[in-house]
Design a protein around this ligand. Structure first.
Ligand SMILES: Cc1ncc(COP(=O)(O)O)c(C=O)c1O
Length: 400
């Protein structure tokens, strides 16, 4: 007889490090926007593996790409040339400002590479610029360098000493950034929309202002698009909607549609700092991951998914605004987001709402403490959104 959710969780608790606190279901299968647990219950996925399963689960084109590549070549390292990473880099460079791509395996690694590149670039030009200006509420990953960039002490407390040279400005405060910039600044690091920090949009003109400040100071501008890139906000890259171009952009999460991959995208000129021997990753550019990610980009651009995501994002946003109005400010303080990255800022921590939604077959997650976060697959249908909204409304009105 197959095991229950609780039995599987019990097995996990005896052999896994306890750094996660998984919800009490063991997921065994996914199809489109639906997930199935070990007991055969099904759930509407409104969290997309934390903004990652961008084409839903078991997408036929992604499966075909993975199977096709799996029958040819899995891994040889970067000591040899492999074509899948070139295919993917061509997609990324032809649809963005970038001219050169470095592949790795996660968002933290992509940011690590971006920060190292920024420092090295200045060193190569005999400038003693090593400081980074980042933001309060930011999240950039869990390596020591990226956790030092993360603007919330809970993520780094106990791991000190941190990497030196980081400053954090209040979110949206250009004057504060101006005072932190100096002749030692290597780069400004920013998420075009703060994800983990609570789906916080930048104030109008903020990203543009950062571009101007970086130009005036002579430092680089890095956009962390790990959560908001690859169609999540309705355009391939979130910063396209602000009409601002960074010097470096990092990607991960949705890039592989569920296969681990990260990328650091930059200009040819800046990429010159990473000569052979300066930086590397054994698995970076792995053929399996790159073959799948290439199809993710093709499907988004050719399959009409971006337009669909935009329309579904509007529908979700309007539905959440209606729920917020009905629930009132005692329960919902604010609706936030863009495209299919949405948040409800709640008056209370969202744990009970998340549990009640799951018990009624809908998976949602939190962000930044008191924010309920929705980041469904971009292929979600209007009926699925309406179903998710109906459950969320019921739960919020009952236990919000
Ligand atoms: C904006 C941003 N940057 C970086 C990361 C770290 O990515 P990873 O967990 O793949 O290392 C995350 C993860 O949530 C993120 O949201």
């Amino acid at each position: 007889m197959s095991m229950t959710n609780a039995q599987i969780a019990e097995r996990g608790s005896t052999v896994l490090v306890g750094n996660y606190a998984p919800q009490p279901i063991a997921l065994v299968r996914g199809e489109g926007c639906w997930l199935f647990d070990a007991e055969g219950n099904r759930f509407l996925d409104l969290m997309g593996g934390i903004a990652t399963a961008v084409l839903g689960h078991a997408h036929p084109r992604l499966r075909a790409a993975l199977e096709e590549q799996a029958s040819r070549l899995w891994h040889v390292s970067n000591l040899y040339t492999t074509e899948p990473q070139i295919d993917l880099a061509e997609r990324l460079t032809s649809h963005s400002f970038a001219e050169a791509v470095y592949f790795c395996n996660s968002g933290a690694e992509a940011n690590e590479a971006a920060l190292k590149l920024a420092r090295r670039h200045h060193r190569d030009h005999d400038r003693d610029r090593f400081e980074i200006v980042a933001f309060e509420g930011a999240f950039h990953g869990r390596t020591l360098f990226t956790v030092s960039a993360t603007g919330t002490p809970a993520y780094w407390e106990g791991f000190e000493p941190l990497v030196p040279g980081f400053h954090h400005a209040p979110w949206g405060d250009l004057d504060a950034v101006r005072t932190l910039l100096c002749e030692r600044t290597a780069a400004i690091l920013v998420e075009p929309i703060q994800g983990e920090g609570g789906i916080r949009l930048p104030p109008p003109g903020f990203l543009e202002g950062l571009r101007d400040l970086a130009n005036e100071n002579g430092c680089l501008l890095i956009f962390d698009e790990v959560q908001v890139g690859i169609g999540r906000t309705g355009s391939l890259f979130a910063h396209e909607q602000d009409d601002v171009t960074p010097d470096i952009m990092t990607l991960a999460k949705a890039l592989g549609g569920g296969i681990p991959i990260g990328a650091m995208c930059t200009t040819r000129e800046l990429s010159a700092a990473l000569v052979p021997g300066t930086h590397a990753s054994t698995f970076g550019g792995n053929p399996l991951a790159c073959a799948v990610a290439t199809v993710v980009i093709d499907e988004l651009l050719e399959g009409g998914i971006l337009d669909h995501a935009k329309a579904m994002g509007e529908r979700l946003g309007l539905g959440l605004a209606a729920i917020a109005a009905e629930a009132g400010p005692d329960r919902v303080l604010e609706t936030r987001g863009r495209g299919l990255l949405r948040g409800l800022a709640l008056a209370k921590p969202p744990g009970a709402i998340i549990d009640a939604c799951r018990e009624r077959g809908v998976l949602v997650i939190s962000a930044g403490g008191d924010v309920l976060r929705l980041a469904p697959p971009l292929v979600i249908s209007a009926e699925e959104i309406d179903h998710g909204l109906a459950v969320l409304r019921e739960v919020l009105l009952e236990c919000g």
